[in-house]
Design a protein around this ligand. Structure first.
Ligand SMILES: O=C(O)CCC(=O)C(=O)O
Length: 250
């Protein structure tokens, strides 16, 4: 079985033993490179779908780093609007089968997709958080999943994703209360377990598991394609929509 649902439900994350084919992974890496290469020449409409490193508040960014950052992209939103390789990703059996197994349903829809980039040496850390509840593209219940395709693989120095195993085992009401009251736990930066994986690995993330990750201190690029999938019967209760939102996962 390419996925271990027991591990996922006990730990709150799992690395799949199957992924997408290497030719598509190559296309996706090339697509991300091409988007980054033309970022400074894009139209306003295209740039509005990108989050640049330099626009984010970061008290830890030194003067030297600010110069290196230039047009570095932290998040590519709506990647399907930039390159059809991302549409092809949504048609991959590994993606569909993982979501079907973990959500125990065949009637699934895509919520959103992005590419999260930690650039060599200055790519920022991501603080501990849960994906449920969320102000962006969130249904009323936590019955959805994020699938993360690690284009470059991940290791400690690259700012690998860190998980607090078992932290998802809580009722939705408690996660909602935590957000309302601002009482979400803040584990230390080195708490939990690091997910080390090879380039092209596919990882499933439970919406309530606490996860985050350090900055990229290495010389290697760290690019993850993240997509969120939920039940067709479970409408989003937040306002934003993307081009792929509601697309059936077939
Ligand atoms: O790139 C990562 O480490 C994970 C992205 C993430 O935290 C998320 O999508 O919630």
């Amino acid at each position: 079985m390419p996925i271990d649902p027991d591990f996922f439900h006990a730990q709150g994350y799992v690395q799949l033993s199957e992924s997408i084919d290497t030719a598509l992974a190559d296309r996706l890496r090339a697509a991300v490179d091409a988007i980054q290469a033309r970022a400074s020449r894009m139209s306003e409409a295209e740039r509005a779908r990108l989050v640049f490193e330099r626009d984010l508040p970061d008290r830890r960014c030194s003067e030297l780093q600010s110069q290196a950052v230039a047009d570095a992209i932290f998040i590519i939103g709506e990647p399907c609007t930039f390159d059809p390789a991302f549409d092809a990703l949504l048609r991959c059996p590994a993606i569909r089968d993982a979501a079907r197994t973990l959500l125990a349903s065949d009637a699934l829809v895509v919520h959103f997709m992005n590419v999260t980039i930690k650039h060599p040496r200055f790519g920022r850390s991501i603080g501990w958080h849960r994906d449920f509840p969320n102000d962006y593209m969130c249904p009323a219940s936590s019955r959805f999943v994020r699938l993360m395709l690690c284009l470059d693989g991940m290791e400690d120095a690259m700012g690998a994703t860190r998980f607090l195993p078992g932290s998802h085992v809580m009722p939705d009401e408690e996660a909602l209360r935590e957000k309302r009251e601002g009482s979400r736990p803040r584990p230390s930066e080195d708490a939990g377990v690091l997910l080390h994986c090879a380039a092209g690995a596919l990882v499933a993330i439970h919406p309530k598991v606490l996860h985050g990750g350090g900055g990229n201190r290495s010389d290697r690029m760290r690019r993850n394609v993240v997509l969120q999938v939920g039940l067709a019967s479970d409408p989003l209760v937040t306002t934003e929509r993307e081009g792929v939102t509601g697309r059936p996962l077939r």
